[in-house]
Design a protein around this ligand. Structure first.
Ligand code: UT7
Length: 333
């Protein structure tokens, strides 16, 4: 069996910065509430009419990742695209990447696991590489949240949290059995599907039905925030521990934890639980908000660029979100 390693990383965020103060002009919220509850100071939102989408941002992040990996784009064997905000109901964004990057007619798969999307996508890519089926896989996480948020007092509990952006990683086959992705661990608990969801339009609840009822707001995201928070802190801790135990490791072995950027308070809870120092947990939610499937790969890219992910480090990725789904990846860099 082969091992897979991350050979290139890239990210792209829209230029348009939206501060908490700016949001307070659009809805009944304020900088103090947002920072105290979430740690977020600002986020990036695509400017209307700019033409930017999940696919275009993903393509930009992917180009950087390919360049950093030092491979030719035609060496990519497979595309995996994680998003909850695809450009189209169908087909998924993966095929758009094949076209936008002018790649050979390779396979393209979309992953719909929301905040856990990148860890799920990474895990799928890892399996394809381990078995020898593919050599280089492009994994993208990208979200265009701002186009579909309820930017009013009614939606303030959700809208202030989410941001737009994309990240990409190239997974490459390696013969080094000591380094690379050591293991991934994936979970779901569908009985909580509606605690954090966008329910429509869906085949079960299609457009004419929504239009016939002006009070029907099921096309906006709904989140039972407190319930999600309580589950998140438990599942993050469990799945990190599961990954460490599977590899005969302990929390003391972690060099850097890159958690899904759901809420700074969740990251801080996990940090405390595992007795990690500030420099051992990478957070950038302060400037990007929660970018769902893109958050881990954007954070990993920045951590790597800042020299916080070094060769030989034990890097732990962990995510939790809508589904509920959660997962971790244990990587020896
Ligand atoms: O990435 C996927 C996973 N997502 C998460 O893990 C998110 C988990 N949940 C959270 O991060 C938190 O629950 C939130 C940040 C979403 C909310 O924080 P909270 O401490 O759970 O607040 P809450 O929903 O209980 O609301 C507290 C109060 C309410 O007012 P009353 O009823 O106490 O008068 C809300 O109406 O804060 C009010 N509120 C706001 N106030 C100002 C809700 N949203 C806002 C807002 N600005 N944006």
């Amino acid at each position: 069996m082969y091992r897979s390693r991350i050979s290139g990383l890239g990210h792209f965020v829209p230029e348009n910065i939206v501060t908490n103060d700016e949001l307070s002009k659009l809805m009944d919220t304020n900088d103090e509430w947002i920072q105290e509850r979430t740690g977020i100071k600002e986020r990036r939102w695509i400017k209307k009419g700019s033409g930017e989408t999940s696919a275009t941002m993903g393509a930009k992040a992917a180009k950087i990742a390919i360049e950093k990996a030092g491979i030719d784009k035609d060496e990519i064997d497979f595309i995996i695209f994680a998003t909850l905000s695809p450009d189209m109901y169908f087909p998924g964004c993966g095929v758009q990447i094949q076209d936008m990057l002018d790649l050979p007619t390779i396979g393209a798969l979309d992953v719909r696991n929301q905040c856990s999307g990148f860890v799920y996508a990474l895990s799928v890519a890892d399996q394809f590489i381990k078995t020898g089926m593919y050599k280089n896989i492009l994994v993208i996480g990208s979200e265009f949240h701002s186009g579909a948020l309820d930017i009013s007092d009614r939606g303030r509990g959700v809208s202030v949290i989410f941001g737009d952006g994309a990240g990409a990683a190239i997974l490459t086959r390696s013969n080094d059995d000591k380094r690379g992705i050591l293991s991934t661990h994936l979970h779901s608990e569908g009985k909580h599907a509606k605690e954090l969801a966008v329910e429509a339009p869906s085949i079960a609840h299609w457009v004419p039905e929504i239009l016939s009822n002006p009070d029907d707001l099921s096309y906006y995201p709904y989140m039972n925030g407190t319930f999600v928070f309580k589950n998140a802190v438990v599942r993050f801790s469990e799945v990190i521990m599961e990954g460490l135990i599977a590899n005969g490791l302990t929390p003391e072995d972690i060099n850097i934890l890159v958690p899904h950027q759901a809420n700074l308070r969740i990251s801080q809870f996990v940090q405390k639980k595992f007795k990690l120092r500030d420099d051992q947990v990478y957070n950038n939610i302060q400037k990007y908000g929660n970018t769902t499937a893109a958050s881990i790969v954007i954070a990993l890219t920045e951590a790597h660029e800042e020299g916080k992910v070094k060769e030989g480090d034990l890097v732990v990725l962990a995510a939790f979100g809508s589904g509920f789904t959660w997962g971790s990846a244990i990587i020896r860099w």
